[in-house]
Design a protein around this ligand. Structure first.
Ligand SMILES: *[C@@H]1O[C@H](CO)[C@@H](O)[C@H](O)[C@H]1NC(C)=O
Length: 297
């Protein structure tokens, strides 16, 4: 114990009032027990004080570190809370965003349904338009056919309405026809014109090709004679219409007559020699029979 050479120990020894050195006499080593104990205790206390001081220092350092740690923990707590708040805010925003996305999905589906419905209507409309196009073409074809028929009819009607004939009694030579006790249809042989070919120069009969108003005129020529007249009658379907008649004793006569007649298609018009009458014709054509369609009806 006494071999302790620290500064503290030297101070303690000074404090106890017994200054000694390592070179002291051996006599001094044999001191009483109690002071020695006291010295040891002093030394111990000094040691303890040093340790206490050291420990205090350590404690202070630890306190400082603890406070730093607490500050750090507080800061971390603060940051953690901030982070949690932020996370909550983000959660809220995320949910809002999801709701928005759902709403948009719903709208998108509605829009798609609408588009499909419109597509369906569009196709139906197109089908309808095609059907109408088909009908229109059929109708146009029909109209064209009708137009063609109408034009044909008009052309035929125009052709049919060009009806006009003129004929003289004798084609050649000179001759007196009659008198005859029975009615005799005169055949005007020499055709000047016969548009529509309604007059038959073999029979002397005009046959109306269409319904209409026709004008007929007849001129005959004959010698005067006390017994025989010069006369002819215009006939329609076997019925008398008008008479061209003249009689004198000498020279010649040239009676004539005419009429406008409404004829049905197929009606026949011709000239008959009047009973007990005669007519005379020559190369210069005294006797003529003419007929013209004035207008169709
Ligand atoms: C004229 O009438 C005769 C006798 O009916 C007939 O044979 C002939 O074909 C007719 N001619 C014309 C051009 O119609």
């Amino acid at each position: 114990m006494l071999s302790m050479k620290t500064a503290g120990a030297v101070l303690l020894l000074l404090w106890s009032g017994q200054v000694v050195t390592a070179a002291d006499s051996p006599r001094e080593t044999c001191q009483p027990v109690i002071p020695t104990l006291l010295k040891e205790m002093s030394v111990l206390i000094a040691e303890q004080r040093v340790e206490l001081t050291h420990t205090k220092t350590q404690l202070q350092a630890m306190e400082t570190r603890l406070r730093a740690s607490e500050s750090k923990a507080e800061a971390m707590e603060t940051r953690l809370r901030a982070s949690e708040s932020k996370a909550e805010a983000m959660e809220t925003r995320l949910r809002a965003s999801e709701s928005k996305a759902e709403a948009m999905e719903t709208r998108l589906r509605a829009s798609e349904s609408k588009a499909e419905a419109m597509e369906t209507r569009l196709r139906a409309s197109e089908s309808k338009a095609e059907a109408m196009e088909t009908r229109l073409r059929a109708s146009e074809s029909k109209a064209e056919a009708m137009e063609t028929r109408l034009k044909g009819n008009l052309r035929r009607e125009r052709e049919q309405s060009r009806v006009s004939f003129s004929a003289a009694l004798l084609a050649q030579g000179r001759r007196t026809i009659g008198p005859s006790p029975v009615p005799l249809t005169l055949v005007f042989e020499l055709v000047f014109t016969n548009s529509g070919n309604a007059y038959n120069s073999s029979t002397g009969i005009f046959t109306a090709p269409i319904r209409g108003v026709y004008f007929f005129v007849v001129f005959v020529y004959g010698y005067g004679s006390g017994a025989t007249a010069t006369g002819v009658s215009l006939h329609k379907n076997g019925e008398h219409v008008v008479l061209a008649y003249a009689q004198q004793t000498t020279y010649v006569v040239q009676p004539s007559n005419g009429a406008s007649l409404l004829l049905e298609k197929g009606d026949e018009v011709y000239v008959e020699l009047w009973p007990n009458s005669w007519v005379h014709d020559a190369e210069i054509h005294h006797c003529t029979f003419s007929g013209h369609l004035l207008f169709p009806m």
